[in-house]
Design a protein around this ligand. Structure first.
Ligand code: FRU
Length: 500
């Protein structure tokens, strides 16, 4: 039996042991086992396709990466497809991240990283050491049947820029423009140990020519860079990348793993990218390796792994799956800033709506405003005064409300927003409190929060998506569905939409 067949059999047998209630209602989770980066996010032949880094056999990461696959007509209802790819070619022991496009010949073209790790050598001084090599490969298909190209790897070690590390050369983001293929890739430079994003060009997606460095890590943005995504939006160019080993001198940027968006201008002839600004794409706890795609109606949609390589190590005890994607978000640039909002398709998915308005001098719950799978918006208006002591709590256990909840506090004078999930049943030693500065609305006299809650996660969109904070909630019981507000001297307007 080959690896792919083996994985499909295993998935088929064991995914059935997970009930729907044990999963998120509207966020993608793996059929069984482990999920990390989104891959090959694309529109092909009338359907959205999302692939992902997948290890069906365990809830931990492994270099023996497979690809999972889901398909959707509306970006909300995803149909699970059989395991897509297993490391089976002689040039790979793991199928790492990559991207997908529709090729001019009408086929679905996927470019990914073949990660190859040689077996430990018993006679070596350190038998654990395994030198790895990463090359870029192509697989083509029609939505159902796919084949690796016989020319693989199409970008081998000899095509690497001088001074690059063969073990860290990955995650191609491919596109097709004016009759030519392009791709950007992440690479670690041996001399500095820092990441760069490099660009290649090809006439046929088989023979690639190295065209230089698109962006170089000058040491301010962690060390290795991973998963670049490069696109045009609102007359600007955006380079998204995920950085490892970040030291967080500024609390708005996360330490450890952080995903940045650089906004600037790209000269297509000189293949030169100049960034004017950068921002942390998600100020919360769990967000990494996002990918974007263009919908047929021209929207730029992003989806990310709702975890990072560190936080994901704390797999929920006893769970048979580990890993979720964020809800798809539409990106826009306004005044040089990248905004994110849940895709509008979510509106088709509402079940019931409850509105409430009024004041909340003390912690208050409003009739019918509750739920653990909701899209809830609260607008707080300080009426010419700075908001003070604002607090929203969700995932509240009504039986033990002082000890089981997630809180979001805001102070309009300092523009500080604090999200605290340390009372969410959490048992793992991971980051539980984020205090960040946001772009205040009306100078801190108003605040608008939209929260997508889904059993095991939250995504908080602040002031129409100027900032987003995402986090998983694996130990918060789905029955903890209380929601409360406190906003002294402010006027509140709440709309709570339950999701089907
Ligand atoms: C990012 C990443 C990628 C790599 C993949 C392996 O999370 O490290 O750089 O391709 O995961 O699973």
């Amino acid at each position: 039996m080959n690896y792919l067949e083996q994985a499909r059999k295993y998935e088929d047998k064991y995914s059935k042991t997970i009930s729907d209630e044990e999963r998120p209602l509207y966020h993608i989770s793996p059929a069984i086992g482990w999920l990390n980066d989104p891959n090959g996010f694309s529109w092909y032949n009338g359907k959205y396709h999302l692939f992902y880094q997948y290890m069906p056999y365990q809830t931990r990461w492994s270099p023996m990466m497979h690809w999972g696959h889901v398909e959707s007509a509306d970006l909300i209802h995803w149909e699970r497809k059989p395991v897509f790819m297993a490391p089976e070619a002689d040039y790979e022991t793991g199928c790492y991240s990559g991207s997908a496009i529709t090729a001019p010949d009408g086929s679905h073209l996927i470019m990914y990283t073949a990660h190859y790790q040689s077996l430990p050598d018993e006679d070596a001084e350190n038998p654990i050491f395994e030198e790895s090599v990463e090359t870029q490969c192509i697989i083509k298909g029609d939505g159902t049947e796919y084949k690796r190209l016989p020319e693989n790897p199409v970008i081998g070690t000899h095509d690497m820029p001088d001074g690059g590390k063969t073990a860290d050369f990955r995650d191609p983001c491919i596109w097709y423009e004016n009759g030519e293929y392009f791709c950007v890739l992440a690479i670690r430079m041996l001399e500095t140990s820092l990441g760069s994003i490099v660009i290649y060009k090809s006439a046929d997606a088989i023979n690639w020519e190295y065209r230089g460095v698109l962006m170089r890590n000058d040491g301010r943005f962690g060390q290795m860079w991973e998963c670049p995504d490069f696109f045009e939006l609102d007359k600007k160019s955006v380079l998204i990348l995920s950085a490892t080993d970040v030291q967080n001198f500024d609390p708005c940027f996360r330490g450890g793993h952080c995903t940045y968006a650089f906004i600037g201008d790209y000269d297509k002839i000189g293949m030169d990218f100049r960034d004017d600004s950068f921002q942390n794409l998600d100020l919360g706890f769990d967000f990494y390796a996002p990918q974007t795609m263009l919908t047929p109606d021209g929207r730029r949609i992003m989806i990310a792994w709702m975890a990072d390589p560190d936080s994901a190590k704390c797999a929920p005890t006893g769970s048979k799956w580990n890993g979720q994607m964020t809800f798809p978000r539409e990106l826009r640039i306004k005044d040089g800033h990248l905004y994110q909002l849940p895709i509008r398709e979510i509106e088709e998915f509402y079940d019931s709506a409850v509105s409430a308005a009024g004041q909340a001098q003390e912690e208050t719950s409003f009739d019918g405003v509750r739920g653990k799978a909701v899209d809830i918006t609260v607008e707080a208006d300080g009426k010419e005064k700075y908001l003070k002591d604002f607090c929203m709590k969700f995932a509240v256990d009504d039986k033990d409300p002082d000890r089981k909840y997630v809180s979001v506090e805001y102070d309009g004078i300092t523009n500080r927003l604090i999200v605290d999930r340390s009372h969410a049943g959490r048992t793992a030693s991971i980051e539980n409190r984020r205090e960040v500065e946001i772009r205040g609305e009306d100078n801190g006299k108003k605040l608008k929060l939209r929260v997508l809650l889904d059993r095991f996660s939250f995504e908080i969109f602040v002031n129409d998506g100027a900032e987003v904070l995402s986090g998983t909630l694996y130990e918060s019981d789905p029955s903890w569905d209380g929601i409360t507000f406190k906003a002294p001297d402010a006027e509140l307007n709440i709309v709570c939409l339950t999701l089907r």
